[in-house]
Design a protein around this ligand. Structure first.
Ligand code: CU
Length: 153
């Protein structure tokens, strides 16, 4: 057992700064939208909370519940609200960015199976500095009138 001590100390030394940095970037109130009958796609919404001293960039997301995941925003294109893929979501230091229906969202393409209210799915966000944040998020009904897409879903 004596020989393990330096090893454990080394591990603690390596992990401590990571755990610290990680603890300053949070994911609150996350949920995925229950999928409509027959719909292959859905979306996830959340509050990104950056309590660190540096800008955080979310560069990708993933979940075992969908085959393809993209970061999306809604934007006005020729007078029509359309959604499109974006490379990253910027969360300035000390600020929160809200992902919500009709705005920024995590797009879930090709669901492995329909998302039903009451279930949870695992969602992982990756930041540009290489950290990942994984959370179990609930599946909820998103109110009508806050429609995500204009039809194709
Ligand atoms: Cu989308």
């Amino acid at each position: 057992m004596k020989s393990l001590k330096p090893f454990i100390a080394a591990i603690a030394f390596i992990l401590a700064p990571l755990a610290h940095a990680h603890g300053e970037f949070f994911l609150h109130d996350a949920y995925a939208r229950a999928s409509a009958p027959g719909a292959p796609n859905s979306a996830a919404f959340m509050v990104l909370d950056n309590q660190s001293k540096v800008l955080k960039r979310v560069v990708s997301a993933s979940t075992p519940a969908a085959k393809r995941v993209e970061l999306h925003e809604h934007a006005m294109v020729d007078g029509m609200m359309e959604m499109r893929q974006i490379a990253q979501i910027l969360v300035p230091k000390g600020e929160q960015v809200i992902l919500k229906p009709g705005g920024l969202h995590v797009m879930l393409f090709d669901l492995v199976k329909p998302l039903e209210v009451g279930e949870h799915i695992s969602l992982t966000l990756t930041t540009a500095d290489g950290h990942t944040l994984t959370k179990q998020i609930p599946v909820k009904t998103v109110m009508a009138g806050m429609k995500h897409h204009s039809g194709s879903e």
